[in-house]
Each structure stands twice: as structure tokens, then as C-alpha cells.
Write a protein that binds this ligand. Structure first.
Ligand code: CTP
Ligand code: CA
Length: 237
């Protein structure tokens, strides 16, 4: 349903959101992937658009169903497959975005080379796959911002899925990760059997610049999205 009474606190703001999970080709029929559905990213895009933002949504391998959740006149959808494609698209969208939210699960590594033909057992070359590290897109965006190659006052938000079950342990990892990436906010979610990947609900804490817990929300991915945008709106002058 269209929310006619949504607050318009993001009106006229340009945002870039990434969603889904990248696939790194091994050969023409195989890839290294992950379980991200893209639902959290789609919910973030939808919430922002309904609050008035102009949204670029870079989607990596999400289903038609999830893409449909993000259908809105103020959302431009940009499909990608690999981490390298996602990096290119996000850098382009981030160049004019006042807020960037990286909700995609980006593969940390890719096969050193993608074979041009389907690898076979006969050839015996499937036993080991050599991997090389992918670029950290979020860290690259933070570096671009630090170098003055980003809109004035740009806000960067990361998402981290952690399987660590102790709340304090998760917070500590999140604080270190936020610092390491050089971003303003890090939303941390518990990826267990009931929450996170492939699920409709999420349990998230948003960690701020001083390591403080700015928001804690457990519920639908839409509720999580609303809390993240509230935290972002709270940072902007
Ligand atoms: N991210 C990114 N580029 C990568 C990997 C991650 O931009 N190559 C972003 C994700 O989109 C997310 C944030 O960084 O917003 C945190 O991702 P996460 O995988 O939790 O962090 P990593 O630094 O890869 O650490 P880990 O070893 O826990 O995977
Ligand atoms: Ca990672």
C-alpha cells in the first residue's frame, strides 16, 4: 500500500543503496555466492523513496519478487552480478549521493581466473580454486570521501551480518569494523537460523561514530530500514 502519510524527511536527497549477494564466476556454469536475498536492501530503498529520496538501487542477483518490492517511481534499479560490477556501479552512484548504504553481501574473494569452458572431473582441475581478494567497496568509498571526491557531508552506512551470538561480542566486532571501514554508521545483524539471510525478519543494532548503540530494532526488514534512515536523518544537519 502507498503510505501517503510517510514523513518526507528525505525529500530531494539522493541516496545509493546496494542489495543482494554477488556471484563470482568459476566457469560458465558455476559461481561462488552467498545467501543474501536482497530483501533488506530492497526495504531500505523502498523506505527511502517513500520518505522522498531519489534512490539508485544496485541489486546483485535478487529474485523478481524482491525486485518487485523495490518498484517505485523514485527508485532506479541497476542490476549487477559480480563484486567488480557492483564496485563500478556503486562508485558511479555514490559520486552524486548524499547517503550511501551498502546492504549487499559482497564476496570477499573471487576465483583468480574464470575458466572459459566448463571445468570437468576428467581434467581434475576442480579440486582447488585459487582465490584473490576483491576490493572493499565501502572502504574505497570512504577513501574517496576523505580525499574530497564525494558530495559535501556524504553519509556512509555499512551492514554487517555476524554469527557471534553474544550481544557484547557482536558490538565489539561492529565497533572495530566501523572504525576499520571509516564509515559513519554500521548496522549489525545477527545471522542465525531465525534472523538475517533468507529470512523476512532481522534483529539489528546501529553503531555510531563513537561506538554508541544509536538504535536497536528487531522485526521486519522494513522496520529495520526505518530505524536505519532515522539514524541517518539524525546525523544530517
Ligand atoms: N563490503 C564492501 N566490499 C567488500 C566487502 C564488504 O563494500 N569487498 C561492505 C559490505 O557491503 C558491508 C560492509 O562492507 O556493508 C561489511 O561487510 P562485512 O563482510 O561484514 O565486512 P568485512 O570487512 O568483509 O569483514 P568480514 O571478515 O567479517 O567478512
Ligand atoms: Ca566480508
Amino acid at each position: 500500500a502507498l503510505r501517503l502519510l510517510a514523513p518526507q524527511d528525505l525529500a530531494g536527497i539522493r541516496v545509493a543503496v546496494s542489495a543482494g549477494g554477488t556471484r563470482e564466476p568459476i566457469d560458465p556454469v558455476r559461481y561462488l555466492g552467498n545467501r543474501s536475498s536482497g530483501r533488506q536492501g530492497a526495504a531500505l530503498a523502498r523506505e527511502a523513496a517513500e520518505r522522498g529520496a531519489e534512490v539508485d538501487l544496485v541489486v546483485a542477483n535478487v529474485s523478481r519478487e524482491v525486485r518487485a518490492e523495490a518498484r517505485h517511481p523514485r527508485i532506479r534499479i541497476r542490476p549487477v552480478e559480480t563484486a567488480a560490477e557492483l564496485a563500478t556501479a556503486m562508485k558511479e552512484s555514490a559520486a552524486t549521493a548524499e547517503v550511501v548504504v551498502m546492504a549487499a553481501a559482497v564476496a570477499d574473494y573471487r576465483p583468480a581466473q574464470a575458466a572459459a569452458h566448463k571445468l570437468t572431473k576428467e581434467e581434475g582441475i576442480l579440486e582447488r580454486i585459487e582465490l584473490v581478494e576483491n576490493e572493499d567497496v565501502l572502504a574505497a568509498l570512504a577513501a574517496a570521501r576523505a580525499a574530497g571526491r564525494a558530495p559535501e557531508g556524504q553519509v556512509l552506512v555499512g551492514f554487517a551480518a555476524e554469527t557471534e551470538t553474544s550481544v557484547e561480542g557482536r558490538r565489539e566486532r561492529a565497533r572495530r569494523k566501523r572504525e576499520r571501514k571509516g564509515v559513519d554508521l554500521l548496522a549489525v545483524n545477527l545471522a542465525d537460523a531465525a534472523h538475517g539471510f533468507e529470512k523476512h525478519d532481522n534483529a539489528v543494532e546501529v553503531i555510531g561514530r563513537d561506538g554508541e548503540v544509536l538504535a536497536a530494532v528487531s522485526g521486519t526488514k522494513r522496520a529495520v530500514a526505518a530505524a536505519v534512515w532515522d539514524a541517518v536523518a539524525g546525523l544530517r544537519p
